[in-house]
Design a protein around this ligand. Structure first.
Ligand code: FMN
Length: 158
């Protein structure tokens, strides 16, 4: 069965709540998906999933260093993530506070790994964003992204 992995870093719970909503939707979409804090995640874990979704709070318009460290450590698996499905999400405090640049930064790294990224013409285009604690709009975007990742992954891997 195709597997998914949602990885997040979160200090005050906002990004974690997004991760949980995305994970639930991926599981409902038929992808056996685990949700892990980045502190519990190793580069080896990236190999075990066909879809990897990474979320970070926005720190100065960029991903948190904890997420970047995992990505930098994933150089040990370089070439082995080629063709997997990737996605990203972020929480910030301000509108225009850089959540999309954070997502783009994560997606850039996943592209270097050779991963497949799907945009969204109707929902949050780059990936779900939330201002602070995810409200119903943000949770809807998280569920939508989870469904879309699951659908694409099952199309590619089953
Ligand atoms: C070091 C630091 C830098 C931050 N930089 C930004 C920023 O550039 N733009 C913004 O809108 N929010 C910024 N924030 C706010 C967080 O992105 C926001 O509170 C986020 O929802 C926290 O997510 P969490 O609850 O998952 O930890 C920053 C917070 C910290 C601690």
């Amino acid at each position: 069965m195709a597997k998914g992995l949602v990885i997040y870093y979160s200090r005050s719970g906002n990004t974690k709540a997004m991760a949980e909503a995305i994970t639930e939707a991926m599981n409902q979409g038929g992808l056996d998906t685990e949700c892990k804090a980045v502190a519990e995640t190793t580069p080896d874990d990236l190999l075990g999933a066909e879809a990897v979704v990474i979320g970070s709070p926005t720190y100065y318009g960029q991903m948190a260093s904890e997420i970047k460290k995992l990505i930098d450590d994933s150089v040990s698996k370089h070439g082995k993530l080629d063709g997997k499905v990737g996605a990203a999400f972020s929480s910030s405090v301000n509108t225009g506070g850089g959540n999309e640049t954070t997502i783009s930064g994560i997606l850039d790294c996943l592209l270097v790994h050779g991963m497949i990224i799907q945009g969204d013409p109707q929902g949050d285009h780059y990936g779900p964003v939330s201002l602070g604690r995810p409200d119903e709009r943000a949770l809807k975007q998280c569920r939508r992204r989870g469904e879309r990742v699951a659908k694409l992954t099952l199309q590619l891997f089953t």
